[in-house]
Design a protein. Sequence first.
Length: 289
Amino acid sequence: MDLRQMEVVVAVAEEGGFTAAAQRLHVVQSAVSSTVRALERELGTPLFDRTTHRVSLTPAGEAFVPAARATLRAAEQARSAVDAARGQLRGRVTVGTMQGVWADLHRPLAALRAEHPGVAVRLRQGAVTDIRQALREGTVDLAVVALDRQQQRGLVTRLLAREEMVLVSAPSRVLGGTGPDGRVTLAEAARLPLVDFTPGWAIRLAVDRAFRAAAVERESTFEVNDIVAASELVRADLGVCVMPISIADRFPDLDKHRFDRHAPSWKVMVVQPRGEAPPAVAALLRHMA
């Protein structure tokens, strides 16, 4: 058994198939299939159930993949330690992030690139629940996300920013009942057609929490998993949307209304698993203010 075999099995498990794994590894599919078969013969058990439409892990595969990931991480850390001792930091950092905050990473990424051009960075965007799971599985090295207190358990966190959310609307929409300062209540927002984000998104979790705290019921008119799509629906005056003010500011043609009470908010933080960070990850963390 060697590291390459482990890498191939992990790729098939994460990509959900042999063709996608071959594309990720930049090899032909037959090479992936033969590598997996050879390892299965060596282990004396299949790692994948193969059907016409899908590939899934067997119980043996479910046990093998986490151990293989840990071995690959250990090998990467060993290589990084040697490179660091030689003054040539190399390696790969996988950063998980949510829609809406990834653009704020450009400064630390630029600083890392200038300091250590041999370090490659992979950005993985997803729902906060998926990113949290990826941190625990080790498929993401660190993340810039918004987690509530319960979601932070078992992870190391550092606060980057806290901000309130605002109600975004088309300029043509007149919001009845707003005060002279343009503030709205959650009850007033609930009476409007709402553009919501998908359950599992950090924005959605914060908005749900705020409406519950205010004892206000609401229904979604639209549900999207993309910030640009949400802004287009608002721009067409098909609904209003609650989003962090830093994201709302990216759409200057839309009106923004603050809430008078119970404003949804989120805390954006850098998150990593417990334990010593590999050199390349530690280098990026140093550049995150």
